[in-house]
Structures are given as C-alpha cells and as structure tokens.
Design a protein around this ligand. Structure first.
Ligand SMILES: Cc1ncc(COP(=O)(O)O)c(C=O)c1O
Length: 445
C-alpha cells in the first residue's frame, strides 16, 4: 500500500531539453537512453537534474554507485590521492595498487591464493579472462550462455547474446558455443524425469548435446557464466546448476569463469554472487560497483591459473591510483554496513514486491538476491505472455514521478539501488513504482 503521495514532475525541463538537443548534435548515436534525465548532481541514493528535479535512484548507474552518489569517504579518498599523483602507468609500482590487489585477493571466492589483474571496465575484465583461459589451458574454444551480457568489445561480444542489435554488423572472435541459461521461469529445454531441477537439465544439455555434437570438451578452455544473469533479465539459476557445472568443468579440465561485473561487490549481500552457490570458480571478473563510479575492472584468478609471463597481457591504466583509492574506500564502506544493508533492504524490497504481486495482474515473477532484484512483467499471470511495452511505460511514468528505473531483458524491471539506500528512500521509490505500475496497467491491460 502507498505510504506517501506521489507527485508529477514537469520533465524534461528547459535546461534538460537544451542539453539533450546539444547532445544530439555531437554525441555518438550508438548510445541509447532510457529516460530524458539530465544529471546535475547526486547525494546518496537521490539524484537531481539540471532543472532542480529530485529522483530516488533505483538504478545506481547500472549497479555502479554501490556506495551511493559521491559518498564522502570515497570522495575524500579520491581527493587525497589526487593531491599525490593521478597516474604513473602500470610499468611501475605503487602502494594503492598493491593494497587493492591484497584486499581483492582476500575476498576472492576460492581457498587458493589469488592473483589480480586490473583494467578499466567490465568488458576489459572479460577480455583478460578470455585471454588468460586460452593462455593457461592452451585451448581455444569456450562455452557461453544465451541471453548473457559480457560486454561489447570483440572478445566479450562473442559471448554476449542478449540483443541482436549488439552483434549485428560485427565480426566477433570465433569458437564460442552458447547453451541456454538455466531460466526455470522460462525454460527453453524440456526437463527430463531424472533431472534434479532445470539447472541439472542445462548442464546435461552441455554434456550430452554440446560436448558430443558441437564442441569437443578437450578443446574447451573455459565456461564463462554470470552467477545471476543481469542484462538477460535478472535470472537466478536453480540450486543444482553451479555444483553440476563445476563437476563438469573438473571432469574435462575446463576453467569456470564467473562474470560478477553486475552481481558482485556486495550487491547480493555477499561479496560475490557465486558464494550463494557453494561453488569455487577459477576466475572472477569484476567492475561496476568496485569503485563507486570511477572506471575500474579486473580479474581475480587462482594463482595456479594466472601463470602468464610479463608482457602476455597489460595496459596503460592498470592499477590507476585514483581508481584504486576509490575502490579501497568503497570496500571499506561496503564492509562496514553496506553489504549488511543490501541484505536487509533487499529482503524488505523483495517482500514488498511479492505483496505487490498479489495486487497487480502484471507481476509475473519476483526474483533476485540482496539488492539485485528482477520483477518480470506479463500481460496476465495465467498466460505469462511477456509485457515489454508495459515495462517500458512503467519506466517512463516512474521517471515523470521522481524515480529512476531501468529494464533488463525483454520484460523485466531491474531494481539495483545503491547498497547504502535508506528504508525511507526504499519506501518512497516503491510507492512511486506501484503508482506507475497501476497507471500503466490501467492504460495498457
Ligand atoms: C555481467 C556483465 N559483464 C560485463 C559487462 C560489461 O561491462 P562494461 O560496460 O563496463 O564494459 C556488463 C555491463 O553491463 C555486465 O553486466
């Protein structure tokens, strides 16, 4: 039930319109925008546009602003580092880089000692993982998953399979075969009588169909997988998926790479989403939430796997001191309450969405972990026909009433606020969400 009144904003305002018009003249047409939001500044889990309109932020720069906007501890760490030096290049050493690598190695989701390679983004993390897997195993082939998103450079794009517009017109690296992601809500494969769950079904398909007819396992370097599928629709795999996948990887000496770019860094209430499964991966890709908005990404791999020699891979900005300082402060904030808050607010939000589902015919499924929540919208609960237009309309109405939202997949709303969001803002955002959903249902169902 609504706890506060929801009011309509007059957006986009004149200043926003002016910036958007100039943007249209010079910024690449490749960027697709979700709403006419022109940022002026942010504070915690609120953002303000150039015309002074205020919004609750349920997007956090796509899971990047994990500590909220301009968290004072993160800003201070960046300022202090900026006074010392901005860059030195990865050809030299510095302490912040080592300290961050130590912290990341310390929270790696496997027992073995970890080594860390840093870059600037999610796609670079995935590229590093692809190259490392090829180098370490001497093999060339990979398994990825349908509806996955791993980035847009030519290596990671070969795994990305969420929208054809992202691949159309581009030649990616070869040797990637895609399996269905274990989406039990919308299964592509028929579950067999002996299967434990749909996760088991998918792994059986990899072994019995792909490994027998398509992709010789002895040539497979790695399986690259999101622990919770992000862009594909916020899909949490069934319990047996990762344990079975690990077993298959071990049987064929294939590396298990988890892409934690969206799900990692505390978002699900643990450092890594894979930790909810009890499975230890070989390589972890991270970016987004790691440095609260300063570009940073990287991989954390078992020491025995990261065996490439100096010069095999590298970059100019690896270990950038500003990014490292921001990441160290981010980790502190998340460790000292941020992750705990993600668990608490996540459970509360999930309960409120489930209760909302009882009142709304268009909520087909609510799923997720911590503050990585997906709400799948359908035309009605019995037929489960997807409702992409309704989902997009909710994004727009919410924007016009002071809430930033973003979709994932064709018909799912992703809910990914800063991990430090307060209960008051959670309630305010959920009220606007329900208001927008009610209006969209009245208009469209
Ligand atoms: C799971 C996952 N991997 C990789 C990427 C690519 O990250 P970036 O946009 O920083 O290259 C994304 C971005 O959304 C992602 O969600």
């Amino acid at each position: 039930m609504l706890t506060k009144t929801v009011t309509r904003l007059n957006v986009p305002g004149p200043k926003a319109r002016s910036v958007m018009a100039r943007d249209g003249r010079v910024v690449s047409s490749a960027y697709g925008r979700v709403a006419d939001f022109v940022m002026d500044h942010g504070r915690g889990s609120e953002v303000f546009d150039v015309d002074g309109n205020r919004y609750v932020d349920f997007v956090a720069g796509i899971a990047v602003n994990s500590t909220g906007h301009s968290h004072p501890q993160v800003v201070q760490a960046i300022q202090e580092q900026a006074e010392k030096f901005l860059h030195i290049s990865s050809d030299y050493y510095h302490d912040e880089w080592v300290r961050l690598s130590e912290r990341l190695a310390g929270i790696a989701p496997f027992e073995e000692q970890a080594h860390v390679f840093l870059g600037n983004s999610g796609t670079e993390a995935v590229e590093a993982a692809i190259k490392l897997a090829q180098y370490h195993t001497g093999r060339r082939r990979f398994i990825g998953f349908l509806s996955a998103f791993h980035g847009r450079t030519l290596g990671s794009l070969a795994f990305t399979a969420s929208k054809t517009v992202q691949r159309k017109g581009f030649q990616t690296i070869p040797f990637v075969s895609h399996a269905p992601y274990p989406n039990a809500f919308r299964p592509l494969l028929a579950v067999q009588p002996d299967d434990e769950d749909y996760g088991d079904t998918v792994v059986n398909y990899i072994e019995q169909v792909m490994f027998k007819g398509l992709t010789p396992p002895e040539e497979v370097a790695a399986i690259l997988v999101e622990p919770i599928q992000g862009e594909g629709g916020y899909v949490v795999p069934p319990a047996s998926f990762f344990p079975r996948l690990r077993e298959v990887c071990d049987r064929h000496s294939v590396l298990l790479i988890v892409d934690e770019v969206q799900a990692g860094m505390g978002r699900t209430g643990k450092w890594w989403a894979i930790e909810h499964t009890g499975v230890e991966p070989d390589v972890v890709c991270t970016a987004k939430g790691i440095a609260s908005g300063i570009p940073l990404g990287g991989i954390i791999a078992r020491k025995s796997v990261m065996d490439w020699p100096a010069g095999a891979h590298g970059n100019t900005y690896g270990g950038n001191p500003i990014a490292c300082a921001a990441a160290l402060a981010t980790i502190d904030v998340l460790e000292n309450g941020g992750m705990q808050n993600a668990r608490e607010q996540g459970a509360y939000m999930m309960a409120r969405f489930r209760e909302m589902a009882d009142r709304h015919p268009s909520i087909g499924d609510v799923r997720g972990r911590g503050l990585m929540i997906g709400v799948e919208l359908v035309k009605d609960k019995t037929a489960l026909e997807i409702a992409p237009d309704l989902r997009n309309r909710v994004v727009q109405i919410a924007f016009e009433h002071g809430l930033l939202l973003m979709g994932a997949g064709v018909n799912t709303m992703r809910i990914i606020p800063p991990l430090v969001i307060t209960r008051d803002l959670v309630d305010e955002g959920l009220d606007i969400f329900e208001y927008a959903l009610t209006l969209a249902e009245e208009e469209m169902l």
